[in-house]
Write a protein that binds this ligand. Structure first.
Ligand code: ADP
Ligand code: MG
Length: 380
């Protein structure tokens, strides 16, 4: 299928103006595009780099109409955007990627896991839980497990670990009887993620898998190349690309995997957007995940995804700031010539809030990890 590319200086629209929107805007502006950000927050991090910031709600009819009027293509940076808004925008004839349908699937853990299974890919055993009545009988296939809210969970929020049916029922009550999934606790050997891109013309590429370590439910470091076998690496990339094909996806899709004993791979979840675990691509691949999003939504060829150098990405949370918002000791980072600092322009540092990240490039993943940890320790 021939697709007419959307070229600079076309205006691109993005729903959401957090750090992902900010890095998207930088990539788009670097290539000569213009950017309109829709985000109700007057201090949205992406606003610094946007040509136009519409500070209105995501379902505001005037704001959506302005996007249609001014933008040649539209994307999103966060999955809890109103899928209806995205469907409406697409209905007005503007290319919207990913589609509202794909976003709707990724927003709901039941729809997501069901879709993954139907695509012939593995997930952990899971049970949709609508009401307490679903938590009766023999649940041994799902216990010990994790009760997760079907919607709006992130960074480990909205999750309760449970060992028994009684604990699962108590957890459902703690979660205010929202629709949930009960998922079997898996014995994880490691966690990896793959950022895959599918363009308007249907070309699919994937970035090298990142090996992810979490702290308190929040991504802490990503290590690339992941310290897993070549066969497992290739299978993870293939599975992620298969999922993008099955979704008829356009844009950047992040797929999270659990690695189990015997190098078994199961898909944990997906995010219909660039992902924190793909921030290493800002410095260690020719094309970043944000440029890849621009390329996909504009119908350009995908850029090269090969890893140029082993890299470790470290998240900088608000916890690294001092009690009175005192800045970390940036000296140690900015004087290390093989490291790159990325800050998101957020003025208020709160515990657990993603303020920025840094990438360390070295001869091996282990060397990068050792140096990254040393820098983190000295920061604050
Ligand atoms: P979030 O949307 O908050 O990222 P996830 O479903 O990815 O939610 O869960 C967060 C983390 O919790 C995972 O990265 C993993 O470390 C752990 N986890 C989640 N589900 C399971 C499971 N079924 N078995 C073992 N660990 C899990
Ligand atoms: Mg996750």
């Amino acid at each position: 299928m021939a697709v007419k590319p959307i070229l600079p200086p076309a205006m691109l629209g993005i729903l959401g103006g957090g750090q992902l929107g900010r890095m998207f805007a930088v990539a788009a502006k670097t290539m000569g595009y213009r950017v309109t950000v829709l985000d109700p927050d007057a201090k949205a991090p992406a606003a610094d780099f946007a040509d136009v910031h519409i500070a209105r709600p995501y379902n505001d009819p005037d704001a959506l109409a302005e996007l249609v009027r001014t933008c040649k293509a539209i994307t999103t940076e966060f999955e809890n955007v109103n899928a209806e808004s995205m469907r409406w925008l697409a209905g007005q004839g503007v290319p919207v990627s990913p589609s509202g349908d794909c976003v709707a699937i990724a927003q709901d853990r039941v729809a997501e896991k069901t879709f993954i299974r139907n695509a012939g890919l593995a997930t952990a055993p899971f049970l949709p839980v609508q009401t307490a009545a679903d938590l009766e009988g023999d649940l041994s296939a799902y216990l010990p497990g994790i009760l997760k809210t079907a919607r709006l969970g992130y960074d480990g929020k909205g999750q309760v670990r449970v060992k028994t049916v009684e604990e699962a029922r108590a957890a459902l009550s703690d979660l205010k009887h929202q629709p949930c999934v009960l998922e079997k606790m898996m014995p994880l050997v490691a966690e990896v993620s793959v950022i895959v891109t599918r363009t308007r013309a249907g070309e699919v590429t994937s970035f090298p898998p990142a090996e992810n370590e979490h702290a308190n439910g929040i991504l802490d470091v990503s290590i690339v190349p992941a310290r897993i076998g070549a066969g497992t690496t290739e299978r993870a990339r293939q599975m992620a690309m298969q999922l993008a094909e099955a979704l008829d996806y356009i844009g950047v899709l992040a797929v999270e995997f659990f690695i189990l004993d015997g190098d078994e791979l199961v898909i944990n979840e997906m995010a219909p957007r660039p992902h924190n675990s793909g921030h290493y691509t800002l410095d260690a691949t020719l094309t970043s995940q944000f440029e890849q999003q621009v390329r996909a939504m504009c119908g350009l060829y995908p850029g090269k995804t090969d890893l140029l150098r082993p890299v470790v990405m470290v998240n900088l949370l608000g916890d690294s700031w001092g009690a009175n918002g005192a800045e970390p000791n940036w000296d140690v980072l900015l004087t290390a010539p093989n490291s790159k600092l990325h800050l998101y322009g957020k003025t208020e540092a709160r515990s657990g809030r993603k303020m920025g990240h840094f990438n360390v490039l070295a001869d091996s993943a282990d060397a990068a990890l050792e140096q990254a940890r040393a820098i983190k320790d000295m920061l604050g």
